[in-house]
Design a protein around this ligand. Structure first.
Ligand code: ADP
Length: 493
């Protein structure tokens, strides 16, 4: 469907609901790309409102005014006003600022105590985001913007639906609906009960509903109190209703019975090999020459031997257990010893994995590179320069990296879980169909088998070209994605 048609259909539905103005949506979260990003959550919050606005929806964003934003965008930020909020016996400053980015209004909540350091302050995240949640509710009153729907993302703002339904029900925000999107159920924002009771003045009677293994879970509060709960792929929506993936919230989610999944889109104005200014050479599905130049440059800059014919496998990832690094640890040495293949990983996080990866680099000079850190430019180089992109995740709510890899003609090798299962079609050597190589068991042998199948595909150039074309023609554009969200918001009002 064309953008114009989607826009008209949404407008018709909105007017049937009695809306004689654009629907008002506030997206709120801890991160928003490109301002402050540690993972896929930021990509979603940074991209979705742009496309919602194109569909005639008035979508705005509210996030913390993190130090990284001040450092990089401070001169474009406009101060609006400030006030104090009470949090138990404390009085805390709230500065409200505005940044216009790609036509989207982003409100930035300022507080030196909470947001002048890392995006997540170790051991203080609960307090940081409890403060932010209260500040969001209070700032909205003072802005001339009462949303039809507040779209809360992840545990950081999971308490907001509860606050609205208990403490703001008589206010102008009383009829505002809330959608909670779970980007990762493993992170729940667990705090002590007496902290949430004191800091957010949660009534006694509400404490039980957020209980998870003896702690107060911000995410569970949202799962119980939000008008709708959704997640970022249909498979993950099913998985989190099970004991294996639900992290203790499976009962409450199953009981709701309305948890659905919408697969994320990727922003083609950022992630398109034909126009991407960050990669050494541009290319498209019909003119692939530039990809070889990207591979050569990547090998050179990461200290790998420049061997154009050697298959190159890449990863760009948080170094967290979720990402299947145990499988990489189990299988990668043997794969590098047994095969003519090279491996490059960009990531940071858990020190255990960082150390192991440095060791891998030492054991395989010129054929393995572990780039420990966070680097947007290098991530573009890896998506463009590799032949394969490895994601052996234990669980993956949606996964954006495999979508980007496919757009760059880099074949994903993924475990069949969550969004990876929904977005990567396994290659079928008999029909030539498929966009990637998949495996199912959480096991190093299975992953190694998938890598060996990828290497066999690499040796068969015509078959490889077909899979590359298939992958590059997959459309995870943002228009359809935003349209699905537009309809979901309308379902709620
Ligand atoms: P998650 O949100 O679980 O981290 P996703 O696949 O949904 O995983 O999104 C990860 C996003 O973060 C991708 O855009 C990826 O390129 C980016 N990313 C992750 N680690 C790094 C890193 N070390 N440097 C640059 N980009 C990174």
């Amino acid at each position: 469907m064309q953008m114009k048609e989607m826009r008209n259909l949404l407008a018709i539905r909105a007017s049937e609901k009695g809306l004689d103005r654009p629907m008002r949506i506030l997206l709120t979260a801890a991160e928003c790309a490109p301002l402050a990003k540690t993972g896929g959550l930021a990509d979603v919050v940074g991209t979705l409102p742009k496309y919602l606005n194109k569909l005639g929806i008035d979508a705005r964003v509210m996030i913390p005014y993190h130090k990284v934003i001040k450092d990089k965008y401070g001169d474009q930020v406009e101060y609006l006003f400030s006030f104090y909020v009470s949090l138990g016996w404390r009085n805390k400053f709230v500065g409200v600022n505005r940044l216009m980015l790609d036509g989207v209004c982003i409100w930035l909540i300022e507080n030196e105590e909470y947001f002048s350091g890392p995006i997540y302050i170790p051991d203080r995240e609960g307090e940081q985001y409890a403060y932010f949640t209260r500040a969001v509710a209070e700032a909205l009153f003072r802005l001339d913007f009462i949303p039809d729907v507040i779209h809360c993302n992840d545990w950081h703002v999971g308490m907001l639906p509860l606050l609205l339904k208990t403490q703001y029900i008589e206010s102008a925000l009383g009829s505002t609906r809330t959608l909670l999107t779970i980007h990762n159920i493993a992170y729940q924002g667990l705090c002590k009960f007496d902290f949430v009771q004191d800091f957010l003045s949660i009534p006694d009677g509400c404490l039980g509903l957020m209980e998870r293994y003896g702690m107060a879970s911000f995410l569970k509060a949202g799962c119980v109190m939000a008008d709708r709960v959704n997640t970022v792929s249909p498979s993950y929506a099913r998985e989190i209703c099970t004991w294996e993936y639900g992290e203790g919230l499976e009962s409450v989610l199953s009981f709701r019975g309305d948890v659905t999944g919408i697969v994320n889109g990727i922003d083609k104005s950022v992630w398109r090999p034909g126009t991407d200014k960050r990669i050494p050479a541009n290319y498209t599905a019909s003119k692939m020459k530039g990809k070889a130049a990207c591979k050569a440059r990547l090998m050179e800059e990461t200290g790998l031997e420049v061997a154009p014919d050697r298959p190159l496998i890449g990863m760009v990832t948080r170094l967290a257990e979720q990402k299947g690094l145990e499988l990489v640890m189990a299988a990668m040495d043997q794969l590098l010893w047994d095969n003519d293949v090279a491996f490059v990983l960009l990531g940071n996080g858990n020190k255990k994995y960082e150390d192991w990866l440095r060791g891998l680099e030492d054991r395989h000079p010129g054929r393995a590179c572990a780039w420990i850190g966070y680097d947007d430019d290098l991530s573009h180089h890896i998506y463009a320069g590799c032949d394969f992109f490895l994601m052996p995740s234990w669980f993956e709510p949606c996964g954006i990296s495999q979508l980007i890899a496919m757009a760059y003609g880099t074949i994903p090798i993924v475990r069949e879980t969550g969004g990876l299962r929904d977005t990567v079609q396994p290659y079928n050597m008999y029909t030539g169909e498929g966009t990637g190589i998949t495996f199912s068991r959480m096991d190093g042998y299975d992953m190694a088998d998938a890598v060996r199948r990828a290497l066999a595909l690499y040796a068969d150039r015509p078959a490889l070209d077909t899979v590359i074309k298939n992958a590059m023609s997959v459309d995870y554009s943002c228009d359809n994605w935003a349209y699905e969200y537009g309809n979901l918001y309308l379902d709620m009002i």
